[in-house]
Write a protein that binds this ligand. Sequence first.
Ligand code: ADP
Length: 469
Amino acid sequence: MEIVHLSAECYPVAKAGGLGDVVGALPKYQCKAGHIAKVVMPMYRTPFLYNHEWSVDFKGHANLANWYFDFTVIKEKHNTLGYDLYLIDINGLLDRQKIYGYDDDTERFTAFQIAGLTWMKSWEHRPDVVHCHDYHTGLTPFIMRYAFDFQALSGIKTIFTIHNAQYQGWMTWDKSRYIPRWDLWKRGMLEWANNINPLASAVKCCDRVTTVSQSYLEELKFQSNGLEKLFEYERGKCVGILNGIDNEVWNPATDNYLQHHFSITSVTKGKEKNKELLCHRFGFDLQKPLIVFIGRLVGEKAAELLPDAIAGAIYQFGHTASYLILGSGEHQVEGRLTDMLMPFSGTYNAVIGYDEKLSHLMYAGADFLLMPSRVEPCGLNQMYAMRYGTVPMVRSTGGLKDTVVDMGETEGFGIRFDQATAGDIIYSIGRAIQVYRDKNFLLLMRERMMQIDHSWENTVQQYDQVYQS
Ligand code: ADP
């Protein structure tokens, strides 16, 4: 099959979270399984662009309402990532350093989709599947079906994968003029709650919807930022497929970002060497358990609970553990985490920002990884942590529920809690501190989790079945 992935993120080209990891890896493993998988994404000005060689594949033009724009499609020359990677450049819209967060994101991603489909229309053949990811590419199924100038693409099957249903890309109706001339009778296929809703439109118009875990699919019917009824109604076309992890990138034995490599047979020593680096850099005591958090500092991740939970744990258990945070997001949370640096120095530290290298060292060197998420469609952090022998401490929700077994259960290796509250987090920290003293059990848990196979090979087959269906 020929599969074209349309996405706003793709690691290592541009990544803000799990979406980037998935789109960076899934096509690679689809190609290994014998498919032709391609990724099409915006040409942001990230280091990857300047460090690789490109050839121009196509030059075209299109319209966004009455703005006529030129675009260029470039292709990475050497198949570095294991699949064909195409970047679309639109001057004035996509030539930015960041992926999101601009006032004209609606215009940026709508124009990206129009350009991508205009280019695809010029192909001499048709791919089997167009696979769209999250709301940034959510208008694509509608345009392919109902825009007059894109009828040539209407026979291609479309899959829409939801990595995060909180962000839906709402647009007011005056922006409907951005969408290329479409069949006005189909207004309902764009609309949700009196707005254009790209995520809802994709769910309505595509052939199959996938979510990144089975539990998340179930949760969407009860909690999906206003789309609950839609997911209930469309449940027949929805399938939950747990994300894989790229074992070539996330392998403690070969990880390019690590100075000290290790495997399951050398996990205790290997982790200790990485922990030493962290303790040295952040002023921690090597003997104490190191509990870390990596992620976006937003409500979904329950990040605003971290200051109270850490302060509460230090108050309750004294300076018996070390805490390290890596993340960025809401300014208020960033501020509170920064304010705690002085009073808790030696026990707590935080890096506000995005740091891929440090994140790898933290997965490798930490003893516990905390994820108190309110919503977690799949969650990759806990899977990376498990691969690196770091005990996940997670709230029982979405993909976290599907991947982590509490240490109190048979074959357990993690710590689970039910509520996204400071109280539940503090209680779990208490369990972590206690289990850290039992070195034999800690090793047993590490060995159990490191043997779990979350590789993409298995996941690719599940996507195959969806495509075939
Ligand atoms: P989400 O996509 O909701 O942010 P996921 O758990 O699916 O959450 O994926 C998060 C990915 O982003 C992981 O690879 C994690 O290591 C990475 N990540 C998140 N925040 C940071 C950060 N501040 N620095 C480095 N990596 C980060």
